[in-house]
Design a binder for this molecule. Structure first.
Ligand code: HEM
Length: 381
């Protein structure tokens, strides 16, 4: 696995009385919208979480490539917007039931146009990535080029060192790079938004998490990756969020290699198998209060997301387990911690915890049916 070490600088709190920069995203802390000329007072958490995940991916992958919008701190340059739109388009198409999957004879006809739109999105995405890679290859030719150690440089270095055919192909770099953005951003931002939604829906859990942070780290203190191990309640919140809202609810499809009997049913050789992780977590026959947000269920036990014991498998398992797992886990803990350690959050438009809409919207990734909107209030230090 390729490790990139400079990403931890992305998530840090920079204090300020009016506008607080969190991972370079501006969050206004003024209580009245009219007091602030620059931004609206309420944050659309969906946007904030997605910008945050996007900026982390950009910092990691492209060392703040200017098209990412990181230079403005908004994560919303034209390139960034277009790219995010493509990723969302891919997720939406991938989540739609495709008649061609059920009636192979229709596959070529593509009656819903899903394959056609998919191909179009991928072409656009590869076009963008190809131009970024070429730009980097050109810069690297300069004699005074200093390697930035971001993911792109790392991949190019590997591809130039390797003699095997499969790595010595510029397309491999493009496709590997595409993965960081396509597979890593939507999943991470949806999980972060759900975690925030559950904490606002369950203020006791939020208070407990903030208490733990205050005691172990200190209010508004900068984020260190090494702190995560000292925050069992925060870890339990992330696990509970995965439990109730697994970002990829059906994992990736599998195919039975042989006839298998499971629970009295025969799964015939060649059958496509979808693993419904969402339903596994919600089974009242197995779990107490499966629909309630109770992070405590993950305290004092060894259940984790590595799929060794299979209770909690939001990243899948076996040979196809998500390769981004270590990165995603660290990103999530650091981002969530930044959001709740620096701010208190106030729901908008008369919504109170009891009336929040916590419905899921199913696609390839599991999103909130109604985006979360809340106002960040700078926590007193
Ligand atoms: C909250 C964050 C994430 C979640 C919940 C998640 C979940 C998953 C799941 C469930 C799978 C399918 C595994 C299976 O079917 O067994 C998967 C595959 C994958 N994930 Fe993630 N992922 C996340 C973040 C990331 C990140 C940050 C990256 C890259 C940097 C990434 C890269 C991939 C790739 C490349 C695959 C495909 C592996 C294959 O085809 O076998 N993921 N992910």
């Amino acid at each position: 696995m390729i490790m990139v070490n400079n990403w931890r600088h992305v998530v840090e709190c920079k204090g300020g009385s009016v506008v607080l920069h969190l991972a370079e995203i501006k969050v206004c802390t003024k209580s009245k919208k009219e007091d602030c000329r620059d931004c609206s007072s309420a944050a659309r958490l969906e946007q904030l979480c997605s910008d945050l995940a996007w900026l982390v991916a950009c910092r990691l992958g492209l060392d703040n490539y200017e098209g990412c919008g990181a230079e403005t701190g908004s994560g919303s340059s034209d390139t960034a917007r277009e790219f995010k739109e493509i990723v969302w388009g891919i997720m939406e198409e991938a989540g739609k039931p495709n008649l061609g999957d059920y009636f192979p004879v229709l596959r070529k006809l593509d009656p819903q146009g899903i394959r056609r739109r998919f191909a179009n999105y991928f072409m656009r995405m590869l076009g963008f990535i190809g131009s970024v890679v070429n730009e980097r290859l050109e810069s690297r030719k300069a004699h005074d080029y200093v390697t930035s150690n971001d993911m792109l440089d790392t991949l190019i270095n590997i591809s130039q060192e390797k003699t095997e055919e499969d790595m010595n192909n510029s397309q491999v770099v493009d496709h590997l790079f595409l993965v960081l953005f396509a597979a890593g951003i939507d999943t991470t931002s949806a999980t972060l938004e759900w975690a925030m939604a559950e904490l606002l829906h369950n203020p006791n859990s939020l208070s407990k998490a903030q208490e733990e942070l205050d005691q172990m780290i200190g209010k508004g203190k900068p984020i260190e990756e090494s702190d995560i191990a000292r925050l069992p309640y925060l870890q339990a919140i992330i696990k509970e969020t995965f439990w109730l809202h697994p970002a990829v609810p059906l994992l990736l499809p599998r195919k039975a290699e042989i006839d298998v009997e499971i629970g009295g049913y025969i799964v015939p050789k060649g059958a496509q198998v979808l693993v419904n992780v969402w339903a596994i977590g919600r089974d009242p026959g197995i779990w107490d209060n499966p629909d309630s947000f109770i992070p405590e269920r993950f305290l004092d036990n060894q259940i984790d997301v590595m799929a060794k014991t299979f209770e909690l498998i939001p990243f899948g398992g076996g040979r196809r387990i998500c390769p981004g797992l270590p990165l995603a886990m660290r990103m999530l803990h650091l981002m969530l911690r930044s959001l709740i350690n620096c701010f208190d959050w106030k729901l908008e438009d008369g919504v109170v915890p009891e009336t929040m809409n916590m419905e899921d919207k199913f696609g390839l990734t599991l999103q909130m049916a109604q985006p979360l909107i809340a106002q960040p209030l700078l926590r007193e230090l």
